[in-house]
Design a protein around this ligand. Structure first.
Ligand SMILES: [Ca+2]
Length: 171
């Protein structure tokens, strides 16, 4: 599921800009890029899942693609920062935990301990780019709760460790 995307900042230079709407999966080769000096530690994106209880759309996990992923210019991945450690939280207070993303543009799953209306992802550290201090995320979308539960079971049965390994209990 895709939602409404917002961010604390985004990069705009000349005719190019990298707004949080680029976090949608249907904007290939266009990442969100934070827009502050330095690595963007403390900057965040927030997804509003537009979920209404009883109407479907409950999100149980995030699917994240890291970095500047451009099919025409693949070198941009290494040249720019990728996101490393993140804090994932429900702005309404339902949960807050830290986890670490791998340095890969391949999809990564982050399971959520309860279904939130919104989810914030804050940058805590980065994999440094070889050229720029611009931290990039390719996309974030929500996996529906029942699918997320099934995926978590499949990963456990396959001997993989779901991320985070032991989600904090929701209250
Ligand atoms: Ca920056």
């Amino acid at each position: 599921m895709i939602g409404e995307y917002a961010a604390t900042s985004f990069l705009a230079e000349g005719d190019d800009s990298y707004p949080p709407t680029n976090l949608r999966v249907d904007t290939p080769s266009r990442p969100w890029v934070e827009g502050v000096d330095g690595d963007g530690i403390g900057e965040s994106v927030t997804v509003d899942w537009q979920w209404k209880p009883g109407e479907g759309g409950a999100v149980g996990a995030l699917i994240i693609s890291n970095g500047f992923v451009s099919y025409d210019r693949p070198y941009l991945y290494e040249m720019n920062n990728r996101v490393r450690r993140i804090r994932v939280s429900d702005p309404a207070g339902g949960f807050s935990f830290e986890t670490e993303l791998d340095d890969t543009p391949n999809p990564q799953v982050v399971f959520l301990p309860l279904v939130p209306e919104k989810t914030e992802i804050e940058i805590l550290s980065v994999y440094p780019g070889t050229r720029w201090h611009d931290t990039c995320l390719n996309y974030v979308f929500g996996l529906e709760k029942s699918r997320a539960d099934r995926l978590r079971e499949m990963m456990k049965q396959a001997g993989e460790t779901p991320r985070p390994a032991d989600p904090p209990p929701g209250d």
